[in-house]
Design a protein around this ligand. Structure first.
Ligand code: AMP
Length: 516
């Protein structure tokens, strides 16, 4: 089996159907897509790339992203998509670690020469046209067969701490993920369209698989990124779209809809389904999103190590406002997706009773084969068939998982555990607060103290005394921040995750400065 067969099937059955769009402009039918990917696969073989060799993608979202992915799989190669915002040195570290041979880039993202690659191809250059030239008979180019447990995608973790690790995702993992989408996330037909606004090196690109399974259309916005006005307009023209977005992107879409006076009915013309995940979505934010844009949201929780498959909070769960536990449910990440089991364990791997907080463990066919050439990290993450996610949470009697925080983000102050997420939820309910991130700062007396970084809505003025009063009225005294830092924006990575390590580093720098 190979993921390339998904493309072959649609190219056979519906060759003329539009498959890829560049903005509103058709870029390829299913047959044209297959002809270009098959052509590139043949050129990979001619260049002596052997099954299992790695091909890097370091580019902004681009129609050729999809062509490279499926060409690589056609030739039995492993793709290594990397975050387009990484520094050259970080990418070169990944090239070396993955031993990637070929690299596909766009000039806006990559320097002209990346060390370690045998060959670097700018997908927008004249040279690229020869690489992507279609073959006359794509079906005559054989697909290299792969075993279900062969690696297809080497997914480098976002590396918010330390060196990234190469997560080995197999055909089985990706097939499971694709099929699960239809059961737990959304039905998709060939009339639907996915838009790639969030980076294709991550969840958005992974979702190309279920949308190819369904023979849907794949749309890359002309900007290659998130421009809410562009996305709403493009959706009206050739949507409505499905899309994957981190909570920060959802927020931008909702802000735009509100400012532009777009009604929920109009929003439905642009977006069919917005799947959100990858970082916490706060209750106040999802309520506003539902109010402004209507019932078009589904939440997923997963991680690179079990891509897009962990839990799901369905459209029904998100709209069942009369359910007695509605508010708890929308604060959760939903229930286990169909192919996985989830349990909560203590530090020794023993099951914890319902409601108790511990590490989230996942088991099932979506779980990675291990970390690339890193036995130690693999042995720590995969034990007795369970993936130790490093996330902390609890399950309720109905199977809903509520995440607390990553274990490394937990704050221990005076011996008490404080979950930053709880404090952030309270801060976000304060008038004038747009975003909040809570971290622990080292403290000689308490071990750690709670510090809140707060971003205000434009034009809002709020005194930290008022924030403190708000917190005092809503949470135990020991949890409330000892300090508030007002900042213009939170540091985030390309996937919309707040870089708490950076916030902690700032606090340490400030402490050192004040001692000097
Ligand atoms: P990555 O491997 O880069 O996709 O990051 C995965 C991590 O993002 C998970 O381990 C969680 O800590 C976090 N995450 C993913 N989905 C959610 C979600 N729906 N809510 C809160 N955090 C999430």
């Amino acid at each position: 089996m190979s993921l390339a067969h998904l493309l072959v099937r649609h190219a056979r059955q519906t060759p003329e159907r539009a498959a890829i769009y560049n903005g509103a402009v058709p870029h390829a039918s299913y047959l044209q897509w297959a002809a270009r990917s098959a052509g590139l696969a043949r050129r990979f073989r001619e260049a002596a790339l052997a099954p299992g060799d790695r091909v890097l993608l370091f580019m902004r979202n681009h129609p050729r992203y999809l062509e490279v992915m499926w060409a690589a799989w056609w030739a039995g190669l492993v793709i290594v998509p990397v975050n387009a915002k990484l520094h050259t040195r970080e990418v070169e570290w990944i090239i070396d670690n993955a031993q990637a041979r070929y690299g596909f880039v766009t000039a806006d993202v990559a320097p002209t020469h990346l060390a370690g690659l045998e060959r670097q191809i700018d997908v927008e250059s004249a040279e690229a046209d020869a690489w992507f030239a279609p073959v006359a008979e794509p079906m005559a180019v054989t697909v290299t067969e792969r075993e279900p447990d062969d690696v297809a995608w080497l997914f480098y973790t976002s590396g918010t701490t330390g060196r990234p690790k190469g997560v080995m995702l197999t055909d089985r993992n990706l097939m499971t993920m694709g099929l699960t989408y239809f059961v737990d996330v959304d039905a998709v037909s060939h009339e639907d369209a996915i838009v790639y606004a969030a980076p294709m090196s991550h969840g958005a690109g992974i979702y190309a698989i279920p949308h190819l399974m369904a023979g849907a259309r794949h749309v890359v916005p002309a900007s290659g990124g998130v421009d809410p006005a562009e996305l709403f307009e493009l959706g009206r023209q050739i949507g409505p779209f499905s899309t994957f977005a981190a909570p920060t992107i959802v927020k931008r879409l909702v802000d735009h809809a509100e400012q532009a006076g777009i009604s929920p009915e109009d929003a439905a013309c642009s977006f069919k389904t917005i799947v959100y995940g990858g970082a916490p979505m706060y209750v106040a934010d999802i309520q506003r999103a539902l109010h402004v844009m209507g019932p078009r949201f589904v939440q997923i929780y997963g991680q690179g190590e079990t891509p897009m498959v962990g839990t799901a909070l369905s459209r029904q769960h998100l709209t069942d406002t009369v359910h007695p536990r509605y508010l708890e449910r929308i604060a959760s990440v939903g229930v286990a997706q169909t192919p996985v089991q989830i349990r909560i364990s203590d530090a020794e791997g023993r099951d914890l009773p319902l409601g108790e907080v511990g590490e989230v463990l996942v088991k099932g066919d979506s779980v990675m084969a291990g970390y690339w050439r890193n036995e130690q990290a693999t042995a720590a993450a995969l034990r007795d068939g369970w993936l130790y996610t490093g996330d902390v949470g609890c399950l309720d009697a109905d199977g809903f998982l509520t995440l607390k925080d990553r274990s490394k983000d937990l704050i221990i102050s005076g011996g008490s555990n404080i979950y930053p997420r709880e404090v952030e939820e309270v801060l976000l309910a304060a008038p004038g607060v747009a975003e909040a991130a809570v971290v622990g700062a080292p403290d000689p007396e308490w071990g750690e103290v709670v510090v809140a970084f707060v971003v205000l809505h434009p034009g809002a003025r709020i005194m930290t005394e008022a924030l403190d009063e708000h917190c005092l009225a809503q949470m135990a005294r020991f949890k409330r921040p000892k300090r508030y830092v007002l900042i213009d924006r939170l540091p985030k990575n390309n996937y919309g995750k707040v870089l708490k390590t950076e916030l902690r580093a700032r606090l340490i720098d400030q402490a050192l400065e004040s001692q000097a």
